[in-house]
Design a protein around this ligand. Structure first.
Ligand code: DAH
Length: 340
């Protein structure tokens, strides 16, 4: 009887092992046959019920089946492990001949590119980079810059007023007084940022960008301003750039100058970029009016200053040959992706 059962256990297990397809199912067979309450274990327990002379023979037979099945299971386990590994390797195979996918790389906006270039040059000359609010008070934008209410020079800056006293800053010069109130001379600051005026054509946009510079120290002179701007322009447009200083007027500087550079497009010969003049007007500058220093709490007997204001859109348009300022603010990806 036991021998019949043993044969059935063996045949069943062999049959199952043939069909088994994964290691988990093999484990189930192992538990069922060899486990604590497994089939072979139960059978072994029955030996003691047999007549003494039969016990060694039956015991030995059960043991043979145990060894036989253990070997079969090991073989199958080895086979399935190998198969699993092969599948895994096949699935993880990398085809190194397959062409790669293109990575989309962005580019700096032409304005940010100019800001980076200019501020880098200024930082290399010891300037700190600062920021100021775009929504500004009439005081910082105009009055502290020696442009009182009803001053005729306000006319040139078609300002967006929010209330009588609050406006969208029309010039980054507004940061000058803010910084003078905060800092103790000597100091050198530049402030790039957005500015706003009610003006719109191919070369004017209601939103545009400027870069303001201010140096306050003892013994600051027009010679310092001119040499600093010469270095700045040559580093930005190239060593062979010619620079022209012209007298001008701004209420916050005295004396005031305007600065032109030779057209980087035609090198002074005359072309459509410079409207045939060979030169491009890029910035206003001057020696800070002592009145402006005093209004912001700086002793004008001891300290002097020079300041400059750059048009960044113009600069970007020249450097990148852009013919309409509006392109800088449309965020058209077809336009922007040209500047990679
Ligand atoms: N704020 C002037 C403008 O927007 C530009 C300017 C001129 C800035 C002379 C300055 C300066 O700092 O000294 O037209």
């Amino acid at each position: 009887m036991i021998i019949d059962e043993l044969k059935k256990i063996k045949d069943d297990a062999v049959g199952e092992l043939e069909k088994v397809e994964n290691l988990k199912d093999i484990n189930e067979i192992k538990v069922r046959v060899f486990g604590k309450s497994g089939l072979l274990t139960a059978l072994s327990k029955g030996i003691k019920e047999l007549p003494i002379d039969q016990r060694p023979l039956v015991g030995a037979k059960i043991n043979d089946v145990r060894i036989f099945l253990q070997e079969k299971i090991s073989e199958k386990e080895f086979f399935l492990e190998k198969q699993e590994l092969e599948n895994k390797l096949a699935n993880e195979k990398i085809d190194i001949t397959e062409p790669g996918k293109d990575v989309i790389v962005g580019a700096l906006h032409p304005i940010n590119d100019v800001i980076d270039k200019l501020t880098d040059i200024c930082v290399s000359m010891g300037f700190s980079v600062v920021e100021g609010p775009e929504i500004e008070s009439d005081y910082y934008n105009f009055e502290a810059m020696n442009i009182p209410k009803n001053h005729p020079s306000r006319d040139m800056q078609d300002t967006f007023f929010i209330t009588d006293e609050i406006l969208l800053r029309s010039q980054t010069s507004a940061v000058q007084a803010r910084e003078m109130e905060k800092r103790k001379p000597p100091f050198k600051i530049v402030c790039p940022g957005k500015t706003y005026r009610n003006d719109s054509d191919a070369t004017h946009s209601p939103i545009f960008n400027q870069l303001e510079g201010l140096v306050v120290d003892e013994n600051v002179s027009m010679a310092d301003l001119k040499s600093m701007l010469t270095i700045l322009m040559k580093r930005l447009f190239g060593e062979d750039t010619a620079i022209r200083f012209r007298p001008s007027f701004f209420p916050f500087t005295e004396p005031s100058i305007e600065v032109d550079v030779s057209c980087p497009n035609c090198h002074g010969k005359g072309c459509s970029t410079c409207k045939g003049t060979g030169m491009l007007e890029l910035l206003g500058a001057g020696i800070v009016n002592p009145k402006v220093l005093e209004m912001s709490g700086i002793n004008s007997k001891k300290y002097k200053g020079f300041a400059f204001g750059f048009g960044l859109d113009r600069t970007a348009m020249i450097l990148d040959s852009i013919n309409n300022i509006k392109n800088l603010y449309r965020n058209d990806i077809r336009f922007l992706s040209q500047f990679k």
